[in-house]
Ligand binder design. Structure first.
Ligand SMILES: Cc1cc2nc3c(=O)[nH]c(=O)nc-3n(C[C@H](O)[C@H](O)[C@H](O)COP(=O)(O)OP(=O)(O)OC[C@H]3O[C@@H](n4cnc5c(N)ncnc54)[C@H](O)[C@@H]3O)c2cc1C
Length: 217
C-alpha cells in the first residue's frame, strides 16, 4: 500500500518522528474509530462536530439528515478538517509536564463529494452497519429514508497520522525522585447487551451483540 505524500498543511511540525504517512497505518486508525470530529467554517465561525465515520477503500464517509448543518455546509463545497482520535494510555510522569497520553490520531483535509446514486447509498447503509455492529441484521432501507439522508465521501489524499507510544519520558532529575510513574492502558469494553423493551417474544439476543468487541478482533 502506498505512502500518503505530506503537504505543507499535513507536515507534522512538533515531534515529526511521531508522524505516520503509511496508508495501511492511517487506515488502521480510521477503522478502529467509531467517531470523527469534523471541522468546518460556518459563516466564518469554526464548528467541530462529532459524527460516525467509516472508511471504504480510499475514502471516508459520513452521513446524516438533510437538515444537518454540518452536512449541508460540506455538501456546498466548504473544506473539511476531519480528525480521529484513539487514546491508548494515560501517561503518568513525575511532573505535570511529564503527564501525557499515548495515542493514535489522524487528520484529513478534504472536500466532500455528495453520494447521489441510490444503489451506492444502500451499500453505504450496509457498510455503516457492518462497521459499527458487524453481523447485525436489519430490514432493507426505504427509498424515502435514503432520499432524506445525505452521504458524503471524502478522499484520503491529504492526511496525516500521529502516534505516541512512548510511555513516560521524564528527564533524569525527575527519574531520581521517589514518585510513582507509569502508564495506565485504556481500552473500550462492551457491556452486556440489554434487549429492547418492545422486543417481540422469542427473539434471542444474538451472539454478535453478546460478544461485541472493539477493535474488532
Ligand atoms: C489524545 C491527544 C492528546 C494530545 N495532547 C496534547 C497536549 O496536551 N499538548 C500538545 O501540545 N499536543 C497534544 N497533542 C498533540 C497535538 O495533536 C498536536 O500534534 C500538537 O499540538 C502539535 O501541533 P503542531 O503545532 O506541531 O502542528 P500543527 O501545525 O497543529 O499541525 C500541522 C499538521 O500536522 C498534522 N498533525 C498535527 N497533529 C496531529 C495529530 N495529533 N494527528 C494527526 N496529524 C496531526 C496535521 O496534518 C496538521 O495540519 C495531543 C494529541 C492527541 C491525539
Amino acid at each position: 500500500m502506498s505512502e500518503i505524500q505530506p503537504t505543507e498543511r499535513t507536515k507534522i511540525r512538533r515531534r515529526p518522528e511521531r508522524g505516520v504517512f503509511d496508508r495501511a497505518a492511517v487506515y488502521a486508525i480510521i477503522d478502529e474509530a467509531l467517531v470523527a470530529h469534523v471541522g468546518v467554517s460556518v459563516n466564518d465561525e469554526p464548528r467541530v462536530i462529532p459524527t460516525a465515520i467509516i472508511r471504504v477503500g480510499d475514502h471516508v464517509y459520513i452521513h446524516g439528515s438533510q437538515s444537518n448543518q454540518l452536512l449541508s455546509t460540506l455538501a456546498g463545497g466548504a473544506p473539511a478538517c476531519i480528525t480521529i482520535t484513539l487514546v491508548d494510555s494515560i501517561v503518568a510522569g513525575r511532573s505535570g509536564f511529564g503527564m501525557s497520553m499515548d495515542y493514535r490520531s489522524v487528520v484529513i483535509f478534504a472536500k466532500a463529494e455528495v453520494v447521489e446514486d441510490m444503489a451506492e447509498k444502500e451499500r453505504l447503509v450496509a457498510a455503516f452497519i457492518e462497521d459499527i455492529l458487524p453481523g447485525h441484521v436489519v430490514r432493507p432501507p426505504k427509498a424515502k429514508e435514503l432520499n432524506a439522508t445525505v452521504f458524503l465521501r471524502f478522499p484520503i489524499e491529504e492526511a496525516s497520522a500521529k502516534i505516541r507510544d512512548k510511555g513516560v519520558v521524564d528527564p533524569a532529575d525527575d527519574i531520581a525522585l521517589d514518585l510513582w510513574a507509569g502508564v495506565i492502558p485504556l481500552r473500550m469494553t462492551a457491556g452486556a447487551p440489554r434487549n429492547c423493551k418492545d422486543l417481540r417474544p422469542g427473539i434471542e439476543t444474538p451472539d454478535y451483540a453478546k460478544t461485541y468487541a472493539r477493535p474488532r478482533g
